[in-house]
Structure formats: C-alpha cells, structure tokens
Design a protein around this ligand. Structure first.
Ligand code: C2E
Ligand code: MG
Ligand code: MG
Length: 504
C-alpha cells in the first residue's frame, strides 16, 4: 500500500476491518494523496464502503453453483471437480480410491404417498446419517433426486486392502441407512442400493468411473435392493467369500469347530520340554481352514478376542490335565497371543483368571508374542509384560524373531524369557550363508541379553546340528513332529519314552 501511495499517489483494495462494536467486516478502500502546489503530500483522503452484502451475494452464488440447497452437500458439479483432483492425486500417490453410487429404495413411494416435503425430510436425514460414516476428507455429494455419491480417497496401496476397506465402509453406510426413519411422525422403512467401483491413477476418466458405479448400483437393485455391489465381478467375489468366511468363523466357537493341536518342542537330546498350541478350524462349510487364513481376518474384528480366550482356556485345561501325569507334568505349553488380544486393558487379569480357573502352575504357561505388540506405547507394553512375568509367573517368548523390525533397542528393554528364531531363516541355514550368519548372530545376541533361544521350522538333522553347534538349545519342527491333537501328542511322548528305554 505504501509503495503504491508513495510512487503513484493512490491505492485501492479490499480489506478486513473491525467496527467499534468489535464486528469484523469486509470493506473496499481507496486512498488518494493530496499535494500542495510544491508537489509535497500534505494529506491523504480515504474513501471506503462496506462490501458485506456483495460478499454475501458472491458466497451465495458460489454455494448455489457448488452445493445442494436442500442437504448442504456438494453437488454434481463440485463432485466432478473433486473427482478430477482425486484422480490426479491418485496418479501420483498410486493409492486406490473408491466411488460409491447410492440410491434410496422406495423413495418414489414416499414422495408419491406422503408428499415432497416428506421426501425432502428423508433426504436430509440420509445426508446427516451418511456424514457420520465418512471421514472429513471424503466427499459426500448429492447427485440429484435420491442419488448420492461418495468419493473416498487414499484408501490403500494394495487392491485387496482397498477392496476390503471399501466393503467395510459401504456396509456401514448401508446398515446406517437401512434402519427406520421417522417422517411426519410416522415410521418409514427404506434402504440404500450401493454400487462401488475402485480407481487407481487417472487412466479411467471420472465420467467412466461414475458410470461404472452407477451400473453396479443397478446390479445391487436387481439383486434385491439393500445391497452393496462392486462393479468388478472379481472384487465382488473376493468380498463375498471373505464375508462368508467371517460369518462362518462367528459360528465356529459356539459350534465347537476349533481344535487345539500341539507341536512338540525338544532339547538338544531330543527330550520333550513342551509344546506350542496351534489352532485348527474344521469348518463344515469351508473344510480345514489354515490359521494363516483366518487369524488375520479375525484380527480385524473383535473375533480374535473370543478365539484367543478359547485358545488360552483350552491350553490351560490341557496343562491341568497333563499335570497329573509324570510324563507330561513338566511340559510348558506355549500359546500364541495376537497383538489385539494383548492390547486389551485387562489382559493380565484375564490370564490370571484362567490360571486360577484351572489351578495350574503359571510356570507351565508360556505366551508367544510378536514384535507387533511393541509397536505402540512401549512403556505400557513393558509394564504389562512385567506384570505377567513377575506377578503371575508366566514366561514370555518373542515369536517370528527376525521378520519384523527386531530393533535392538527394544529387545534390550522388553522383559522376555526367550526369542524364537523364525522358520524362514532356519529353512536355508545349511545352504544360504546369509541365513546362516543371521541365525548365528541372533543366537549370540540372545545369549548376550541373557535370553533363551528356540528355533522353529527345524526339518532336518542338518538343521538341528547347525543350531546345536551355534548354541541354540531348543527346537521345534517337522523333524520331531507336526502339530497333532493332544491324544496323538501323548502317544508321541510314549514313543519317545520307549525309544529312550531302548537306547538305555
Ligand atoms: P507361528 O506361531 O509362527 O507357528 C508356527 C507355524 O509353523 C505353525 O503353522 C506350524 O505348523 C508351522 N511349522 C511348524 N514346524 C514346521 C516345520 O518344520 N516346517 C514348516 N514349514 N512349518 C512348520 P500353523 O499352525 O499353520 O500356524 C500359522 C500361524 O498362525 C502361527 O505361526 C501363528 O502366527 C498363527 N496361529 C496359530 N494358532 C494360533 C492361535 O491359537 N492364536 C493366534 N493368535 N495365532 C495363531
Ligand atoms: Mg508361534
Ligand atoms: Mg513363529
């Protein structure tokens, strides 16, 4: 301003000012220098006017152009703009995004029988409910009539992840919009049909994506309304099979379809020292399902807590049963604890209660944790582990060692009894010199920290010899036995005993 005044003698512009009342308002201001005969500036004359009304009108025009008057949501035009932007962002980030095309079922009936005001009230309620299902950064738009579009950005870097995540959000929206509405003091039932398409990068134009989501929406209507359908049949299939697996898993506990198998752990003289408890699922619909498939799925929901409690309870029951037999009374059972299970605020009490319930020696129970438990709140994790070891007397082993971050700094701080060398290193120790060095280093480091070491995935005598020579004293793997039910495990122990008898 001063520069312009000093050189040109005038300045003109818009600025915010504050009235005496304290109210802030926009004003247009122009200032002109008044000079005397000698050309010296003697005064400035300023003229201004309040432009609040004009600003308001401009804003209104903008919102008329870009927002839906009824719901206040972005309209078709703004959605197109945001979609184009989202596509170019995705082209750079390579992250997936999703478009949801949503249409309310039976909307016309409501409009025709109850009048347009009732229809409007429903749309406003739909918009309000949907806002709670999406993040601030997502765009929720009214596309016209009873059609809404949701643009979700940056939903994942992998297609499988993005698909499942989108399925979750869509399902949440479907469920929220399918509960009853009170319109004109009357209950009204309706539901949405939702079509979904994913995008990555900007190769497919926005119009085409909207068309796909729209087609999927019609498929949802055709297959009975109140549904979510993916445009890509392959993705739909993966969503369906996962949902089926999840609902089957929900019935597995009550249906007694889980089994706990035991895999023997031995010392350097092949003497049994314990067992790892490994869950098996015999599903009547899915057959034998590997824990590698269903545990990660269970971990995404609270199901893992129910499953984890069942495993812990069953393992402790087994410890109690074995405690009366001299052949088994010294065995330690290792139980896998998933991070979500460990994170429960009352996890220590839970373990305490199950030990108490079965009246077992706490030292017969070992908890296998993975490094993922230590990812957040290290102090809290340390406190919990200390309580488990010192107050309860159970032992703790760090599973899959070497596959995560395995940071030395927390290895030093975590109160552990044992680390378990992951089978991926053991597999090639006799052929791959990197793996050999890795395993040797892990063993030495564990010894320096005063920790026990066990190796998993020991399949051959050569594996065992290598590990034994490097100072690893405990072993688990197919060389000794596969995981088996407890009755087979007991047979296995008898077999060990007779073998030893023969040797002696
Ligand atoms: P993990 O805890 O690392 O268990 C070791 C896995 O290696 C088991 O697979 C076991 O059957 C397998 N294994 C044992 N010896 C050998 C061998 O010599 N060679 C080879 N190639 N594999 C061997 P499984 O039973 O399929 O379990 C897979 C994973 O599922 C487990 O890995 C664990 O992370 C999880 N899991 C199993 N049961 C439970 C459970 O009760 N709770 C939780 N949270 N996770 C479980
Ligand atoms: Mg394990
Ligand atoms: Mg493991």
């Amino acid at each position: 301003m001063w520069q312009s005044l000093l050189t040109n003698g005038t300045w003109k512009g818009e600025l915010w000012d504050r009235r005496k009342s304290g109210k802030i308002y926009p004003k247009q201001l122009s200032i002109t220098a008044v000079r005397d005969a000698g050309g010296n500036t003697i005064q400035y004359v300023a003229a201004f006017h309040d432009i609040s009304a004009r600003k308001r009108a401009e804003e209104e025009m903008h919102s008329l152009a870009f927002y839906d008057a009824l719901t206040g949501l972005p309209n078709r035009r703004l959605l197109h703009e945001r979609l184009d932007l989202a596509l170019s962002v995705s082209a750079r980030s390579k992250k997936f995004g999703a478009l949801l095309y949503l249409d309310m079922d039976k909307f016309k009936t409501l409009n025709d029988t109850q009048g347009h005001e009732a229809g409007d009230a429903l749309l406003v309620e739909v918009a309000t409910r949907m806002k709670f299902c999406v993040r601030e950064v997502d765009t929720l738009a009214r596309f016209g009539g009873d059609e809404f579009v949701v643009l979700i950005e940056e939903i994942g870097a992998e297609e499988a992840d993005a698909t499942q995540h989108t399925a979750l959000i869509s399902e949440k929206i479907r469920a929220v919009l399918a509960t009853s509405y009170i319109i004109n003091n009357r209950e009204f039932h309706t539901s949405p049909s939702i079509g979904v398409c994913l995008f990555q990068g900007n190769r497919t134009p926005g119009d085409e994506l909207l068309k796909r989501a729209d087609i999927a929406m019609y498929q949802a209507k055709d297959s009975g309304r109140n549904q979510v359908r993916f445009f890509d049949p392959q993705l739909q299939l993966s969503v369906d099979s996962r949902a089926a697996l999840e609902s089957a898993m929900r019935e597995a506990i009550t249906g007694q379809q889980f089994r706990l198998y035991y895999q023997i752990q031995v010392d350097r003289d092949h003497r049994p020292i314990g067992a790892e408890a490994l869950i098996r699922w015999e599903s009547p619909t899915h057959g034998m399902v590997s824990p590698i498939e269903f545990i990660p799925l269970a971990e995404e929901t609270t199901l893992i807590l129910d499953i984890g409690n069942w495993v812990l309870d069953t393992a402790c029951q087994q410890i109690a049963a074995w405690s009366n037999n001299p052949l088994t009374s010294d065995l330690v059972i290792a139980v896998n604890i998933s991070a979500r299970q460990f994170r429960q605020p009352d996890f220590v009490q839970l373990v305490d209660a199950v030990i108490d319930k079965h009246q077992i020696l706490p030292s017969r129970l070992k908890l296998e944790l993975t490094e993922s438990v230590a990812l957040d709140n290290l102090e809290g994790v340390i406190a919990k582990m200390t309580a488990l070891r010192e107050n309860l007397g159970v032992t703790i082993s760090l599973d899959d060692f070497g596959t995560g971050y395995s940071s030395l700094s927390y290895l030093k701080r975590l109160p552990l009894d044992q680390i378990k060398i992951d089978q991926s290193f053991v597999r090639d120790i006799t052929t791959d010199s990197n793996d050999a060095v890795m395993v040797q280093t892990i063993i030495e480091m564990a010894h320096n920290f005063g920790l026990h070491v066990i190796a998993e995935g020991v399949e051959t005598e050569a594996h065992m010899d290598f590990l034994k020579q490097r100072g690893c004293m405990a072993y688990q793997g197919y060389l000794f036995s596969k995981p088996v039910p407890h009755y087979d495990f007991e047979l296995l122990l008898n077999h060990h005993l007779t073998l030893k008898g023969r040797i002696l």
